[in-house]
Write a protein that binds this ligand. Structure first.
Ligand SMILES: NC(=O)c1ccc[n+]([C@@H]2O[C@H](COP(=O)([O-])OP(=O)(O)OC[C@H]3O[C@@H](n4cnc5c(N)ncnc54)[C@H](O)[C@@H]3O)[C@@H](O)[C@H]2O)c1
Length: 336
């Protein structure tokens, strides 16, 4: 890729995927505007870009606030005179089980992840349309395509980003502006650092390519979409998830079955793993404890009957589309 003479703005580029994208653009010759709500992190990315011999500016702005975004685009215009590439990367999570999610958790995520993309696209499109050239790349998420427990706010925001991408591709094609989305799966960044080790291990088991993604994996797809090699690609959502999104069903690991005190062990571990998982799946059971104890007793039955490697229904008729499955020492609750 060669971005010599181009100007890119990457939101949320003080860390993680955004930082990686900004550096990759600079390595390929672009000048880059760095945006973040952490001035320190934005300054640090900008300095790294300058050390590569490119121009960079560091802009503190909250993408959720339209006035701050308007000022950010004015700074880009006065510094570089143009914008060729916008990457809407800034994003946050405020996870919680639906029944416990606060209005604030919902609003914050929608404001940054969805309204932020609207705000930035609006001002970028005005500048790009004047020059009849532009590339907009929105960072979505596999959570939007697959659903993800405790992320109703996040999945909804990213689903909105995907819908907006398709609509803007149609609206802005007349100005020769391409609009696409990249949908990452599980990528190692500060955002995913807080995921417990055991859950990370489990998630990686669900990835056909057998590893978590790196920020550069996402950056490579973004660079392609920002390049003129992708001139005839618009309105698309490119998954960058190591095959995670291809899966058509999802397993939730309940516990290790080797321990002597099975029921107690299952209850404790299932709760630790995320009791919300269970209540989220089975809506006719009033309490998590009751569900977990039913799972435990069914798991014991499965072992007693020495059924291995085969799916077995629990409570046919009620949970027709869910099953417990034993695989080695692990018991899975599956949802088809
Ligand atoms: N890491 C993953 O596994 C993963 C998976 C799918 C999608 N994504 C998406 O990729 C993007 C980058 O995520 P990441 O993992 O690098 O996260 P990150 O937390 O490492 O980086 C996000 C950056 O955005 C900045 N930011 C947050 N709110 C902002 C706001 N209002 N205005 C401007 N900047 C703001 C943060 O300060 C941070 O520097 C996000 O949109 C995220 O939803 C990440």
């Amino acid at each position: 890729m060669n971005f010599t003479g181009k100007t890119a703005l990457v939101t949320g580029s003080g860390s993680g995927i955004g930082k990686s994208i900004a550096l990759m653009f600079a390595q390929a010759g672009a000048n880059v505007a760095i945006n973040d709500v952490s001035q320190k992190d934005a300054d640090s990315t900008a300095q790294e870009i300058e050390s590569l011999g490119r121009e960079a500016i560091s802009i503190f702005a909250n993408v959720a606030v339209q006035e701050e975004v308007r000022e950010m685009f004015e700074s880009v215009k006065s510094t570089f005179g143009q914008i060729d590439i916008l990457v809407n990367n800034a994003g946050i999570t405020r996870d919680g089980f639906l029944m416990k999610m606060t209005e604030d958790q919902w609003d914050q995520v929608i404001d940054v992840n969805l309204k932020g993309v609207f705000n930035c696209c609006k001002f970028a499109a005005r500048m790009m349309s004047e020059r009849q050239y532009g590339k907009i790349i929105n960072i979505a998420s596999a959570s939007a395509q697959m659903g993800n427990i405790e992320q109703s706010n996040y999945a909804a925001s990213k689903g909105g980003v995907i819908s907006m991408t398709k609509t803007l591709a149609k609206e802005l094609a007349q100005f020769h502006i391409n609009v696409n989305a990249v949908s990452p799966g599980f990528i190692e960044t500060p955002m995913t650092e807080k995921v417990p080790e055991k859950v990370k291990e489990y998630l990686i088991q669900q990835i056909p390519l057998g590893r978590a993604g790196k920020p550069e994996d996402v950056g490579n797809v973004v660079c392609f979409l920002a390049s003129d090699q992708a001139a005839y690609v618009t309105g698309q959502v490119i998954s960058c998830s190591g095959g995670m999104y291809v899966l058509v069903y999802k397993d939730f690991m309940v516990t290790d079955l080797t321990t002597a005190n099975l029921s107690q062990e299952i209850m404790t571990k299932a709760k630790a793993f995320g009791a919300g998982v269970s209540t989220g799946l089975v809506n006719d059971i009033p309490s998590v404890a009751e569900l977990v104890s039913r799972i435990a007793s069914d798991a014991e039955k499965i072992i007693q009957e020495r059924i291995s490697g085969l799916s077995r229904r629990i409570e046919p008729g009620v949970h027709e589309r869910r099953s417990l499955r034993r695989e080695g020492n692990t018991c899975h609750l599956s949802v088809f």
